[in-house]
Design a binder for this molecule. Structure first.
Ligand SMILES: Cc1cc2nc3c(=O)[nH]c(=O)nc-3n(C[C@H](O)[C@H](O)[C@H](O)COP(=O)(O)O)c2cc1C
Length: 369
């Protein structure tokens, strides 16, 4: 199966895989797709640089991309320390009380709180540092979540000959992206894991394809985890798919990530076990529904804070939750496709299944004529 996306990126299959893990991203590229490394979790640009050096050595010369998060509406800039002063005491008390009620132990005395300080990658200053680092590597794509990238970032990517993608949750977002000079639009439906809008992929995708016309290829995202769903996306006009959740239950994800409780929770979850909520980052994001997310919908729970304060508030809590190893309180973005993520296996096996089922589906549809 080849589409224009394969020619544009020099990949074998029109499958683009977003992942926060360099091990998964490299495996997706090695398997003939385009692995895209999510940079938002790298508060330290030097750490991102090390991850990209590792990818340079482990993608077998295949192309890969990066994803940064530059929201169209700028969140408050500042260091974690000054931003921390903007967090109300009542919110901190609620988090502490909830963790105690959920049986999440405190971090061991003297433990390094790094990684528990909250995500800062959605501040433009930090995301710009990600772009600076990424441009020193042989990347094939820069993608941006939460809006069109700022004009100077687009210009720098284009000067370096690198195409830019942006996620869109409405046809109007997609139009704004192509007007701004974005090269590839990712139409991301409501079902998707992570930050997501309110329109389902089945409705959104043809709207975006029609709105963009021949100005940019469109990738379908949200709820895709089987070859039949890839065939459906292509039928709706997509030039390929952009998948995120599915890779969370690959064997490669368990390398370098606190994966065991997370993967156990994801394997057990059904397609109705997610919730779209502002508790992760301050903007609506689809998450695994757990005792932690449910605590935030209790009548005494405070309203989540705006981005970036909410993740600074819950950053240390996420670290505690992750170290507790309890699948019932996992704090994890994932989409409704989680209901089909029922076994941990290598990326290459996931890709082989997707492609096998895609071929079978196209044959079946061809037989209907
Ligand atoms: C754990 C996780 C983290 C995500 N983080 C980001 C991110 O930092 N930037 C981004 O553009 N999209 C992010 N997304 C959304 C994905 O890029 C993708 O659009 C989405 O996962 C597609 O829908 P699916 O989850 O149904 O496959 C994330 C998704 C997941 C599951």
């Amino acid at each position: 199966m080849r589409t224009e996306i394969c020619d544009r990126f020099g990949i074998e299959h029109p499958i683009i895989g977003f992942t926060p893990s360099e091990h998964v991203a490299a495996a997706i590229s090695r398997a003939g797709g385009l692995g895209v490394l999510g940079c938002v979790r790298y508060n330290d640009a030097a750490e991102l640089d090390r991850a990209l050096h590792w990818m340079d050595d482990n993608t077998g010369g295949r192309p890969y991309g990066v994803d940064v998060v530059m929201p169209a509406t700028l969140p408050t800039e500042g260091t974690p320390v000054d931003l921390g002063t903007l967090i109300p005491a009542g919110h901190r008390e609620f988090v502490e009380r909830t963790l105690t009620e959920l049986g999440v132990p405190p971090l061991p005395a003297g433990s390094d709180a790094a990684g528990g300080s909250g995500v800062l990658g959605w501040l433009h200053s930090v995301a710009r540092a990600h772009v600076d680092v990424a441009l020193k590597h042989p990347i094939a794509l820069i993608a941006n979540a939460l809006g069109s990238p700022p004009p100077d970032v687009l210009a720098r990517a284009h000067d370096a000959g690198i195409p830019v993608a942006a996620l869109a949750g409405t046809a109007a977002h997609a139009q704004r992206h192509v007007d701004a000079g974005v090269d590839v639009v990712v139409a991301q439906g409501y079902e998707a894991g992570g930050h997501t809008g309110e329109i389902a992929t089945m409705v959104l995708l043809p709207e975006v394809v029609d709105a963009v016309g021949d100005r940019a290829p469109v990738l379908a995202a949200g709820g895709i985890g089987t070859g039949r769903q890839i065939a459906a996306a292509l039928a709706l006009g997509a030039a390929g798919v952009w998948m995120g959740s599915t890779w969370l239950t690959t064997s490669e994800y368990a390398t370098g990530m606190p994966a065991s409780a997370t993967q156990a929770a994801l394997l057990a979850a059904g397609s109705s076990d997610t919730v779209r909520s502002r508790v992760y980052s301050g903007k609506p994001a689809r998450l695994l529904k757990t005792r932690w997310t449910q605590a935030w919908s209790a009548p005494d729970a405070p309203a989540p804070l705006p981005m970036p304060l909410q993740n600074l508030l819950v950053g240390a809590a996420h670290e505690r939750i992750s170290r507790s190893g309890d699948p019932d309180v996992v704090a994890m973005p994932v989409g409704q496709i989680v209901g089909r993520m029922n076994v941990v296996r290598p990326v290459a096996d996931v890709m082989a299944d997707l492609l096998g089922e895609l071929d079978g589906t196209l044959d079946r549809l061809g037989g209907l004529r």
